[in-house]
Design a protein around this ligand. Sequence first.
Ligand SMILES: [Zn+2]
Length: 403
Amino acid sequence: MNYTQLAHECLTRADELAACTESPGILKRTFLSEPMRRAHALVRDYMQGAGMQVRVDALGNIVGRLEGKGPKAFLTGSHLDTVPDAGKYDGMLGVLIGIAAASAIGAQNLAYHFDVIGFSDEEGVRYKMPYLGSLAVAGLFKAEYLARVDERGVTMADAIKNFGLNGEDFKSAAYNFADVAGFAEVHIEQGPVLEAEGLALGAVTGLVGQSRVKLFYRGLASHAGTTPMRGRRDAFTALSELNVFVEKYALSIPNLVATVGMAQVRPGGANVIPGEVYFSLDIRHGDQPVLDRATEVILGEATAIASRRNIEMVIETQEAQAVVKCEPLLVNKMASAMEFHSHRPYRLASGAGHDTAILSKVTPTAMLFIRSPGGISHNPIETVTVEDVAAAIEVFVTFLRSL
Ligand SMILES: [Zn+2]
């Protein structure tokens, strides 16, 4: 099998898909937008060329099936929607590599049916809610989502109808997971780790969990000239102290990342002591106990700083996204497939969310990461090399044959 040729084909197809956009000059393709129709026509063509039967489900996921011996199916896939001003590979490359693997394997050569899914929405741009496609496939989509409206006031139900589908029928998009052996997603890393390790590929062990907190520090605004330094209740100074602590603490725990990404200083005058600051904390780690402990320590320090500085602290919202673990047996098979082709069986946790997070709730999962040169994604300069894509297809085919 000529994997380099298959890789070149994937990259050409990524260019073709990137031409299906809502905004000329940049790539933007959201849930069931008009250009998604053209993307579906292309993907249908690619799937049929690989010998697959193609269907589109009620939530607009396009599914190609390579018939194997059955009765169970093994699934792969990724998303066909994009963020605004996206790169060409986030999501799409996973679908294209799935199709390339199907054409490399050919019909009747697998112990199970092999389904490649192009999810209609993962980024959540249009309805401010991610994973619409994989939620439906996983049987976790809820009827109430259909009432959500986009920026133009179009309900999700109408968007689905305009695309020629019936959203009310969302239950039919779900698999019966008794008949599913698992799900494996190929995706660009979207970070710098593999490049720093000098590696083309990585076996993903799971997806990091996340704590998201939005909170206020409230002190007292007053005149920057007439108020002496002692006794000030400067909310922004309190946040500054906290942020230095956050960095120091995160550096002390392997693989912990913690960020104050948003801070609004009020009233925001150059000659006024900040009376209030509204800010966010984003804390992520691949192990739930470490994440829980980090959240506790950072919020504990936030409280201590507030009380030392006579500042009020109010938590507005606190959300948690649990750590997702891939199935160790499948992760081992992915690592073995890498080793078989002379790649170091490097394992890493994903720092970003993926459709795999949703499928993990209902079936065993694995992921294969491909090096992102420069570590850049969600940006038009996002890229991959043809060598890395060829390596990914080869390893993925070996993985699928090992199941
Ligand atoms: Zn993605």
